[in-house]
Design a protein around this ligand. Structure first.
Ligand code: 6GU
Length: 237
């Protein structure tokens, strides 16, 4: 998959791709990326890319000229183009899965109060929000989307980790433990040391359902009745 990120802060974007799982995915050739500096497409000697909104109001809006030329330079009209914005559709595990199946993605990092609507109308396929709060940096939001997408790509993370993680099957992930067996006087649950894989599976499922009920009642409400029943089973510790 090829990811092209249009930004006024290319160093910020580069630092993400130079670190951890993203860097490994780049090194192994699973993904390619480009950070394109929108300012390189400005036309005055100050490199101006933003201006006050028509109609008045606070903040600045990215001008369509420089951003449009930056988008044309990467042939955005031929590619799925994503604009991260708090007024977009909410990102979910299934939305990330859908995006991970694209061969190429273009992401536009907005700043200030946003970008000129004509750019959205002409180029943008997906307006995506990462949650009901506002970030000052479009880069942070874009990289959250990139991270959720690339980890789903073949070979980036083990199939087993992806299968077991939160949201698969509408459940949150069960609690994890590692050595030592006793920490701060607290024992690792006995069943995890038992070697009985059927019991371990059952315990993990019950803990997942309980955690979902406690932390995300909205997700719990959508579970099948037999799963909901597991949270209240007698004899469960
Ligand atoms: Cl996609 N961008 C910004 N700046 N803030 C956000 C967001 C996106 N999603 C939630 N808050």
């Amino acid at each position: 998959m090829t990811l092209t990120v249009l930004t006024l802060f290319p160093d910020f974007v580069e630092s993400y791709f130079a670190t951890s799982i993203a860097a490994r995915a780049v090194a192994r050739g699973f993904i390619e990326y480009r950070a394109v500096n929108i300012r390189d497409f400005a036309q005055d000697r100050h490199g101006t890319c933003d201006d006050a909104p028509y109609g008045g109001g606070a903040g600045m809006v990215l001008m369509p000229g420089p951003l449009g030329r930056a988008l044309d330079s990467v042939e955005a009209l031929k590619k799925r183009t994503v604009f991260p914005t708090p007024s977009g559709n909410l990102l979910t595990a299934s939305y990330a899965r859908e995006l991970s199946e694209e061969r190429e993605l273009v992401l536009i990092c907005g700043r200030y109060e946003g970008i000129d609507q004509r750019i959205v109308d002409l180029y943008v396929d997906d307006e995506i929000s990462i949650g009901d709060y506002v970030l000052s940096s479009g880069e942070l939001a874009a990289l959250v989307i990139v991270d959720a997408v690339i980890r789903l790509g073949e070979g980036v993370i083990s199939e087993e980790s992806l299968r077991e993680e939160s949201f698969n099957g509408g459940l949150l992930e069960y609690p994890q433990y590692t050595r030592p067996e006793v920490f701060a006087g607290m024992q690792v649950p006995e069943v995890l040391l038992s070697g009985n894989h059927a019991n371990i599976r059952e315990w993990r499922l019950r803990e997942s359902v309980r955690k979902t009920k406690r932390n995300r009642p909205d997700l719990f409400a959508r579970l099948d009745d037999d799963l909901k029943g597991i949270a209240s089973d007698e004899g469960a510790k």
